[in-house]
Design a protein around this ligand. Structure first.
Ligand code: UDP
Length: 333
């Protein structure tokens, strides 16, 4: 019998990309999983396979309002947040609220339940970094009032709030700084580069590179990311830890890789670079190696193949729907 089967974990953002993979992982480890989501950017399709499982309960709730959960909770993972630049532009205030008010509510719940809480932070706390690669000790270069500021500053506040609960209330806290992560269940139309390029290849459209494509990113496959998060939660390390894959590539070279992978003869076209788009990004994962014994295992070629197989499996309707999320009802604040 699994030793975790009496433990309960609450996962916010459970119907999202990372949240749904975390639900799978914790169920496989024998936990009772409470998956919470308000379904603004999440999709029940990501967790529909868990619907009949006794270990799993879905709670439809917006964590920016008071969070109440019956019974004991041992762990909380706060993964609810819009996560793509075009989402921040459409729902900027929700983005700020879930990182700040949502985090506050969950820290309060963790204190009440005497639970350990892990907070999903981001490489965006480094902004457009002037130090390369980015170590946890770098304080970052963020434009507070730019379009990305709503996400970046919410996450920076979230880290401060979490450390305050840790220091002041003695709460057991963990902070993961997630670098670009990809894999099955990313939202096709969320504007991020991997679903964008794969969707374009599948629809026979031009591949849109923003700017001259010299900006870099370092892409981590979702299974590696989940393993890093799991190890961090189970560790006794309370300062922030970068989890990402240091294998860095320019967006233009990446577009060429996608053209090769998809066997499409799509043209690469250039579009304006969005404001404050970071020019370079690569995690320094020395700390994760030291304290968690973690490093990524899945090479980009393999991870991209698995991801492409997922996108190929979408229905024609899903592939051609321009945006399957209607945010209009969520913008009343
Ligand atoms: N990007 C691009 N074409 C697209 C979508 C994104 O060239 O159709 C670029 C974007 O400008 C950025 C990089 O790809 O430099 C990664 O963008 P994404 O939105 O995936 O994540 P983030 O900027 O948050 O790392």
């Amino acid at each position: 019998m699994n030793s975790n089967n009496s433990k309960t974990v609450l996962i916010t953002g459970a119907a999202g990309f990372l949240g749904s993979h975390l639900c799978d992982r914790f169920i496989a480890e024998g936990f009772r999983v409470l998956g919470m989501d308000n379904l603004i950017t999440g999709d029940l399709k990501n967790i529909e396979h868990l619907a009949g499982i006794e270990q799993f309960t879905f709670i439809h709730h917006d964590v920016t309002t008071f969070v109440e959960v019956p019974g004991p909770v041992d762990y909380i993972l706060h993964f609810a947040s819009p996560a793509s630049p075009i989402d921040y532009l459409k729902i900027p205030i929700q983005t700020l609220k879930v990182g700040s008010l949502g985090t506050h509510n969950l820290l309060g719940l963790a204190k009440d339940k005497k639970a350990r809480i892990l907070i999903a932070s981001t490489s965006e706390v480094y902004g457009d970094p002037l130090v390369h690669p980015q170590k946890e000790t770098y304080y970052g270069n963020v434009n507070t009032i730019g379009p990305r500021g709503v996400y970046d500053e919410a996450k920076r506040f979230q880290e401060s709030m979490t450390m305050a609960y840790h220091r002041f209330h003695g709460l057991e806290t963990r902070i993961v700084r997630i670098f670009n992560t990809y894999g099955p269940r990313m939202r096709l139309n969320d504007g991020r580069v991997i679903p964008a390029f794969m969707g374009q290849a599948l629809r026979g459209e031009d591949i849109t590179v923003f700017g001259d494509g010299s900006q870099t990113r370092s892409f981590c496959y979702v299974d590696d990311q989940i393993e890093g998060i799991y190890r961090l939660l189970m560790s006794d390390y309370s300062d922030p830890v970068n989890i990402g894959n240091p294998n860095e590539i320019s967006i233009l070279d990446f577009a060429k890789e996608i053209v090769r992978l998809t066997g499409s003869d799509q043209k690469i076209v250039f579009k304006p670079l969005p404001q404050d788009d970071p020019m370079q990004r690569q995690p320094d994962i020395t700390l994760a190696k030291e304290v968690l014994g973690w490093s990524p295992k899945v090479a980009r070629a393999e991870g991209m193949e698995r991801t492409y197989a997922y996108f190929k499996g979408l229905t024609k309707d899903e592939l051609y729907r321009s945006e399957h999320k209607d945010f209009s009802t969520h913008n009343r604040h």
